[in-house]
Ligand binder design. Structure first.
Ligand SMILES: [Zn+2]
Length: 357
């Protein structure tokens, strides 16, 4: 059925355990593949793989991540008609190994058919799923390119992710005064009450079409009869417009400051932007290039706006006009995950068009 080499590479990759942080074995498989096909590559200090292929014109970046989410140990892939599935007890790991297999296959076809193509930087990262750590650890010197693709988009084929949010995380610690709830209630400053007071004055959830906030963790207190001394809140803000994200962060800070003042507690508020967002127009020259390459291989491009992040956000943060594209896989992060063989083949054809000089 279809391209057996592509399917074999994918199944080989899928059946190698590679939970986030433990990508060594899958990395070794790819390194052996690079060696077998005389591809020049390096492994950086973080364990990301970066291959360099000579070509004509300005270099392009192609990337996918090597890690997978649980349950991802002992994966057994099976072919049903023209679809690859897992045994049902694990994910399949098409996210993102279908992307890796398609990139490797496209590299090989271009070499075999002597396709004249642009110089390529092929990047396979670690720890995308747990927070884009591998991509963030990449050295700018290793990826000197202006345009690129992440084969890590939404499910389907030919879906271009035109926007991804700016992502800020907040760690908020309220310190009050612990006391016995019976004999020394007066001495206490209830940090949990301060937290709840602040949270009740905030908008949590969807703020507008491109902005959302969330409080995912509230930890406080040990005993029914103890006034909680401290409270920890873990919150986040996402927005396609960074000014809007920053406005929400300020609202959080102001609201928590007002609450601690009211109760006489103290505040430790730390905020960091984990992901740089992006927003492309369909008229952007690089997006146009992606659209044209899809059309050339008979795929109708569609578009989506994501509220999530990926390695591409890290590339954008490094000044690369990178974009995510879907790659023929479905139901990510579930035991029903599957990859379509004809769609994976289409992606290989697309990649060759995209890379053509
Ligand atoms: Zn992924």
């Amino acid at each position: 059925m279809g391209n057996t080499r592509l399917v074999k590479t994918f199944i080989d990759l899928a059946e190698i355990d590679s939970p986030s942080g433990k990508e060594e074995k899958v990395s070794l498989y790819i390194e052996q593949w690079f060696n077998k096909h005389s591809v020049l590559y390096k492994k950086d200090s973080y364990g990301n793989l970066i291959a360099t292929i000579r070509g004509a014109g300005k270099p392009l970046l192609l990337s996918a991540h090597m890690d997978t989410v649980d349950p991802c140990r002992g994966i057994k892939a099976a072919i049903k008609n023209d679809t690859i599935v897992s045994s049902g007890n694990t994910i399949l790991g098409a996210d993102d190994k279908a992307g890796i297999a398609e990139i490797l296959e496209a590299m090989l076809v271009m070499k075999e058919k002597k396709v004249s193509h642009r110089p390529l930087k092929i990047v396979f990262t670690r720890e995308e799923e747990t927070g884009v750590y591998g991509a963030m650890a990449l050295s700018d010197k290793d990826i000197i390119v202006t345009d690129g693709l992440g084969l890590d988009g939404t499910e389907g084929l030919g879906v271009i992710t035109l926007a991804s949010p700016h992502y800020h995380i907040m760690d908020i610690i309220i310190t009050g005064q612990g006391a016995h709830a019976g004999s020394a209630q007066k001495k206490g400053i209830n940090a949990l009450s301060v937290a709840v007071d602040a949270i009740s004055n905030l908008s949590i959830g969807i703020i507008d079409r491109e902005t959302s906030t969330n409080i995912g963790v509230l930890q406080s207190g040990y005993a029914r009869n103890g006034v909680p001394e401290s409270a920890l809140i873990k919150a986040e803000v996402r927005s396609h417009v960074n000014e809007k994200a920053k406005k929400q962060v300020s609202l959080f800070k102001d609201t928590f400051q007002a609450a601690v003042k009211k109760y006489g507690a103290t505040l430790d508020f730390t905020v960091s932007r984990v992901c740089v967002g992006y927003k492309y127009s369909k008229k952007d020259p690089h997006i146009k290039k992606v659209i044209n390459a899809l059309k050339k291989v008979g795929v109708t491009p569609t578009f989506n706006k994501s509220m999530g992040g990926s390695d591409v956000n890290a590339f954008v943060g490094k000044g690369i006009r990178a974009v995510d594209i879907s790659y023929g896989a479905y139901n990510f992060h579930t035991t029903k995950e599957k990859a379509s063989i004809p769609e994976m083949e289409k992606m290989v054809a697309f990649l060759i068009e995209y890379c053509r000089a």
